[in-house]
Design a protein. Sequence first.
Length: 289
Amino acid sequence: MTTPADTPSALQDWAHWLGRRETRHDTVTAAPLAGLAATLDRDDPPPGPGTEVPPLGHWLYTLPVAPQHDLGDDGHPRRGGFLPPVPLPRRMWAGGRLRLERPLRVGDAITRHSCITRVDAKTGRSGPLVFVTVRHEFSTAAGLALTEEHDIVYREAPRADAPAPAPQPAPAGAGFSRRIVPDPVLLFRYSALTFNGHRIHYDRPYCQQQEGYPGLVVHGPLIATLLVDLLRRERPGLQLRRFDFTAVRPTFDIHPFSVHGRDDGDGRFELWAQDHEGWLTMRAEAETA
């Protein structure tokens, strides 16, 4: 990648977003956890007071709740609030890095402090890209529960002459795997749980006609959650301490995909998702105790 000539002026326009902060408060309730377990096809006992929130279940809380009139055509809140108003139409969750200190529990009052730590403009093979990183800190009365660095990428609309990125083959030698059928109901339920109005996950005509995708886009956080869920199924007694993941290639609802894992020893696991053709779509690393 190279930095385009107009990057300095673009970054100057957004420079005052660096260091921008936001604070949200919420209470951990049982209903979203029960909904997530059902969506993941788990048979967990009904959650109640004191039940631990599973890893990545914090994405069900401290959600932005923009009023309907503040939504853009894509279903996201209009730009220029907490996040910078990047003038590129596609917005995707590119990855993240999480450190888990202590579990959240049903009944906890939680506070999320967020800060924008990076805004970078670059040019890739497919055109201009803007990367934004937000650092989140989740705390309860007991102290810091987890930290997360959340990477967002903005891209321009697809061009007919744009070269397709070369796919990467998925790793071989999985120790455990699970096949996932990403039907529209699964995507709708996860969108509802996370109050995600992004139309690429449930509105097929918009997704295909406006954004040029072949099918509904499977949420990056959902795939990450399915990777962690796979690890929980295979190693139910372990506590997740670190989880880093990167989205490599979009996943669509028109074909099944699969999630895989491998024990690398010393509590470390390599996790990945791959599409029906065997191409890598997400890679992740986990550390457990």
